[in-house]
Design a protein around this ligand. Sequence first.
Ligand code: ATP
Length: 349
Amino acid sequence: MTSAISVDRVCMEFGDPGQGVKALDDVSLEIRANEFFTLLGPSGCGKTTLLRLIAGFEQPSSGAIRLYGEPMQGLPPFRRPVNTVFQSYALFPHMTVAQNIAFGLEMRGLSRSDIEQTVQRMLELVKLPEVGKRRADQLSGGQQQRIALARALANKPKVLLLDESLSALDQKLRKEMQIELKRLQHETGITFIFVTHDQEEALTMSDRIAVMSKGRILQVGTPTEIYEAPLNRTVADFIGETNFLEGEALERGVLLPDGQLLSAFSPRRGAVTLAIRPERTCLDEQGNLTGEIENVVYVGTDTVYHLNIAGQSGFRVRQQNRNGALNAYSAGEKVRVLVPSEAIRVLVE
Ligand code: ATP
């Protein structure tokens, strides 16, 4: 598959060399053409910085970025086959919607009739065919967001960068726009790079995700790979809910501090951390782990049992309330938990 964007050992330091903020620390990444790719990580991890480097608003302190094989060093943003949609949509408020979308096309010197056709096509693409004559500041937030997208797509970029561009919308609109964005990406075949700190958003929309922390990329993979096979504790903790248990990997399984032995595959011996998703476990008399209930939390669809296992507090077991909440267990009770061995991940980093 063609590589749309190649980021090769990029570092970005703000301030004096050696003493400034290291926003990106030796980041390498390949993003494929036609991919919906997401940069995911907590605030301050360097997502926006990476996006700005790809767009050309900043130059890296070291390393190289190539777009479709072309080195981008020194090229200003307008010379790159890239468009960016920011969190604040930055439409020109007093212009009409059509004028907003036409802006970039006029700069490129397209004919009046080409411009009109493109504007109408873009309005249809974002499902707002009727609003061309309205002033931009007379639209709702969600509509403005769509117009900002239409404006970016009108320029036919090879790559579209989206920086937290749904975070200003309310929850319902946001869900709608997630589906919309995915559709637009599919229909236009443009490579999308989407930045978010919202793991659910990343899992729902992306072909692949890069999980970032403190200026580094911790893992790149499909949503399933990232969720089911997190490489390390930070990724497991950031994506979804995870229980961690400390133990010692032996030949015959993982030994917990209280002497319980759990059958699990570990690629190495010695001290290890086990990662177990709460929804993959259940309370069961035939279970392979013993613990004590600390707390029972009813959350509508599910009940979450907080357990102490092998002296480690806060182990969550999440069970669906298929037949209504039975509340068969209460705090202080000793229980058995069923943890299938395929649900246990031994973290290796
Ligand atoms: P958020 O989700 O909050 O936008 P982010 O993951 O996008 O965060 P960046 O904005 O890329 O993170 O910032 C990464 C680090 O670089 C932060 O510590 C930030 O304070 C620092 N930083 C970013 N831009 C500059 C700048 N122009 N000058 C100095 N430091 C900066």
